[in-house]
Design a protein around this ligand. Sequence first.
Ligand code: AMP
Length: 276
Amino acid sequence: MKVLRTVAEFRAARAGVRDPVGLVPTMGALHEGHLSLVHRAGEECATVAMSIFVNPTQFGPQEDFNRYPRPLERDLALAKEAGVDLAFVPPVEEMYPEGHATFVEIGGPALRWEGERRPGHFRGVATVVTKLFTITTPQRAYFGEKDYQQLQVIRRLARDLNLPVEVVGCPIIREPDGLALSSRNVYLTPDERPYAAALHHALQAGQRRVRAGEQDAEVVRAAMEAVLADTPGVTVDYVAVVDAEMLEPLVTLRPPARALIAARLGSVRLIDNAAL
Ligand code: AMP
């Protein structure tokens, strides 16, 4: 595995590898969720590239940019073991040099939910992903359904800007109790941790309603919210039943639909989602 720190170094290494290249963009603190994307890319691509970059432009001023975990040596060992060929680990100044002034603004699927609660978040995501795509020129890029709205935003971005990249969505990897793996789970205290599976349980309650024939989206939504309301320490941010592409709220269930949840547990904000 080659570790590249500058755009020039990456491009030089990129010129010497076989196509197709699959890119796995991450912010590091790698876990099995990230590694599942690497494995999928390895099955479908001749070369696997991973970026590890905690992108400052997607964090709000009150968010956890400074305390976000950065175990770089461990990450590189895990990436190598999982089969990454090229690891791109730029410092912030390499991605945003003095004078950087161009951003990618995205509407549509970015407007609601995370976009509403985290102003500027998807602008930062769309900007860094566009830069990563132009720096690494992958044929395919792998993203987790864990961040379902982000996945839809990136699909829209690639389509709207005619980026020659196939965006591949991959399933959510979970702990045995159902908690979706996330680099932020390390913030959960031992007291909070058992309650964190409530998001998954809420999604399952919604799915059960739909399987039983419920078509009223509000009934399904309320069933999910009730599970969270019954869980000690959990504060609901949003629970939504939406169409799977534009993420607009539904009145009547029609496939493909998605349930989206964001909730707080102590100081930790958790998100999760599922197909309905
Ligand atoms: P992050 O490092 O949090 O920016 O995540 C990098 C990529 O890994 C994104 O495409 C995430 O959606 C994906 N990812 C994070 N957690 C999971 C998970 N539990 N299962 C599948 N993919 C995940």
